[in-house]
Write a protein that binds this ligand. Structure first.
Ligand code: 4NP
Length: 157
């Protein structure tokens, strides 16, 4: 059997958006064929559990993300992961700046491009907003991970 496909979800702090994206993505893929992880470009919340509001919206939808721990994106992630899904343009700029080859840069994809190709949409940073923002990003990420799961399974099988 071939090696697993490795997917990394990336945002700024790795406490709000990418932990939700990780939990959702993992729940939709066969763990024998895929690994899913997440990281932040800043490292400012290193070692912390996801934001309470992300844990709450996940729980409300039957997903437990409370055991995740924030970590900073590493250059070696480009070697270890096949796809690096970023949440917004600022993440895209920060992550692609760390890529050392064109091939690595091609691994970086804005996650909503999978749902709305060519529209260049962002999953907005919900950190300074209220719970509505978390409902909103949950919906976006649920949709995006549905599309990715479908595409990726077709590509690999
Ligand atoms: P995330 O959200 O990138 O979705 O994890 C943020 C978390 C923390 C901060 C900003 C965004 N912060 O400025 O501390």
């Amino acid at each position: 059997m071939s090696e697993k496909t490795n997917i990394l979800m990336v945002c700024l702090g790795n406490i709000c958006r990418s932990p939700l994206a990780e939990g959702l993505m993992r729940s939709k893929l066969n763990f024998t064929k895929f690994t899913v992880d997440s990281a932040g470009t800043s490292g400012g919340h290193k070692g912390q559990a996801p934001d309470k509001r992300s844990i709450a919206i996940a729980n409300k939808n039957g997903l437990d993300i409370s055991n995740q721990k924030s970590r900073k994106l590493l250059e070696e992630d480009f070697k270890n992961f096949d796809f690096l899904y970023v949440m917004d343009q600022s993440n895209y700029n920060d992550v692609t700046a760390l890529a050392s080859t064109e091939e690595e840069k091609k691994k970086v994809i804005k996650i909503l491009d999978e749902v709305f190709p060519g529209e260049n949409l962002d999953v907005p940073d919900p950190y300074y907003g209220g719970s509505q923002g978390f409902e909103n990003i949950y919906r976006m990420l649920d949709r995006a991970t549905d599309v990715i799961a479908q595409k990726i399974d077709n590509r690999i099988e």
